[in-house]
Design a binder for this molecule. Structure first.
Ligand code: ATP
Length: 506
């Protein structure tokens, strides 16, 4: 709109000057020079931020990804997602049948799920499975301050996909757009015009894809914010196949670890099943990182093979961050050791065999930590399980109370977790308040119930830990000397000094 006003005003001004009998040639020359400079600046800007726009063709073909050899077999787990995707891809494979039945071509597949779960891998494997050309771009590449540039990039992306397929004699092309939410977010009428134009262009291009098109184009997009997407993108005929790519379960984690350790020398003590068991909640990308870090630790150690302990270090690193050089005072270190032993003793008591490692060296934000083995993947928690985990969280603070007469700031995170779980108990209708709706129940009643639950758990934890002084004393010495105690080593101390551990009354 602005452009038109400017052009109109300029033409008006020139006519007015001519009417006054003024020679306009020098003005016109200056205007042409300014126009050329502006044009060149626009061109440089658009090229410099990494894209193809109509004005700058020199960077075309940059979205084409060299043929990768990723196959579905190289993706660990995700069996359901792979099956659904393969079914969706059959329209590219069995083209004649699709035409024979007059089936509307599938135009868009949306992969949703947390980061690092293998969505990009899926798209690459899909291109190989269907022998398609593969072009990829990320939503953020279309974001430009100049109106129209993003839309032009979308047009170029589709052209690029088709021309690559034609050049390689392929019947189909897959366009992969990562982070689609950047351009496909809900339009609330207040967003910038640029976003709207880019999204409209994508919709127009997708609408233009026809069954008879050669090469056939399939758009695959990935997001971890499906709820943010504009309804226009999700309606039938556009991204109407939604495949969720979730965090892997234990079996899938083992498969992913197997894939990423296939080229690595593993010692005979390595059990990938145990590593998988201890990495509940890890994504595929994190598991790849665990395998890689374990190999790096082994190399640094000068060890010929990667041993189980290297995997332990690697899991810690990926979970907690790199070791830090923060040197604590002796007194602080002792407090941290007792705090961690408090967590570990309670953990073994409520779930025997659940301690994987007790560590006294600072990593990330933590001065020490206990890694618990989840034993099995859990998606559902009973009141009993939550209460036990609350006790584990409170164990550190209670140990500090017993040995120092008070708490420290080191328990802040533990309390946050304990509070979260106590609230979960109340909100899930497992507390004495019964089934409650947060909106209609007095906030103080919720607060009082959460407080009552936590007090109760604190008492139980105190009662348990007060009986464990010999474990604290010997555990402290062993942990102080070794800095890291593996689960079995810790259990040996526990067994020796509290032989009747299972019977400790709570
Ligand atoms: P984002 O949402 O952050 O873009 P993504 O879901 O697209 O992530 P990918 O880029 O596909 O994740 O995966 C990152 C890396 O993690 C892969 O290169 C691979 O090494 C590893 N990875 C992730 N999932 C798997 C899996 N299921 N099997 C094997 N490797 C995996």
């Amino acid at each position: 709109m602005h452009k038109e006003i400017w052009i109109g005003s300029a033409v008006g001004l020139i006519l007015f000057l001519v009417f006054l009998g003024i020679n306009v040639t020098p003005f016109l020359l200056v205007a042409v020079v300014i126009g050329i400079i502006f044009f060149m600046l626009m061109r440089q800007q658009a090229g410099g931020t990494g894209g193809n726009i109509a004005l700058g063709r020199s960077k075309q073909q940059k979205h084409v990804i060299p043929r990768s050899n990723i196959q579905f077999a190289d993706i660990g787990g995700q069996e359901r997602a792979k099956k659904e995707l393969k079914e969706a891809l059959d329209f590219l494979v069995y083209k004649e049948k699709i035409e024979q039945y007059g089936i509307r071509p599938l135009k868009g597949v949306l992969l949703t799920g947390p980061p690092g779960t293998g969505k990009t891998l899926m798209a690459k494997a899909a291109a190989n499975y269907t022998n398609s050309a593969f072009v990829a771009a990320s939503g953020s590449q279309f974001v430009e301050m100049y109106v129209g540039v993003g839309a032009q990039r979308i047009r170029d992306l589709f052209k690029e996909a088709k021309s690559t397929a034609e050049k390689n004699n392929q019947d189909s092309a897959i366009i992969f757009i990562d982070e689609i939410d950047v351009i496909g977010g809900k339009r609330d009428g207040q967003q910038q015009r640029e976003y709207d134009q880019t999204l409209n262009q994508l919709l127009t291009e997708m609408d233009g894809v026809a069954t008879s098109d050669k090469p056939r184009v399939l758009v695959m997009a990935a997001t971890n914010r499906k709820d943010m997407l504009d309804a226009a993108l999700l309606r039938p005929g556009r991204f109407d196949r939604h495949i969720s790519v979730d965090l892997p379960d234990k079996y899938a984690r083992e498969q992913i670890l197997t894939i990423h350790t296939a080229n690595k020398p593993l010692a005979s003590d390595v059990s990938l099943e145990r590593v998988a068991q201890e990495t509940f909640g890890f994504s595929g990308a994190q598991l790849e990182s665990v395998a890689n870090e374990a190999a790096i630790y082994a190399m640094r150690d000068g060890s010929e093979k990667i041993e189980m302990r290297h995997f332990g270090y690697a899991v810690d690193k990926v979970m907690m961050g790199e070791k830090v050089d923060r040197e604590a005072s002796e007194e602080e270190k002792r407090r941290v050791a007792l705090h961690e032993l408090g967590h570990a003793i309670v953990s073994e008591h409520v779930r025997p065999g659940s301690v994987s490692q007790v560590t006294l060296s600072p990593r990330g934000q933590a001065l020490g930590y206990v890694r618990q083995n989840p034993m099995e993947d859990r998606y559902l928690y009973t009141k009993d399980a939550l209460e036990k985990q609350i006790m584990v969280c409170l164990g550190g603070a209670v140990a500090e109370e017993i040995y120092y007469g008070g708490r420290s700031t080191g328990s802040k995170n533990d309390f946050e977790q304990a509070l979260g779980m106590a609230q979960e108990i109340v909100q899930s209708g497992m507390s004495e308040l019964g089934i409650v709706h947060l909106q209609y129940v007095d906030k103080t009643r919720i607060h009082d119930e959460v407080e009552r639950l936590l007090e109760n758990m604190l008492e139980k934890t105190r009662a348990l830990l007060r009986q464990c002084d010999p474990v604290f004393q010997h555990g402290l010495k062993t942990l102080w000397d070794a800095e890291v105690l593996q689960g079995d080593e810790f259990r040996a101390v526990l067994k020796q000094y509290v032989p009747q551990q299972q019977e400790v009354a709570v």
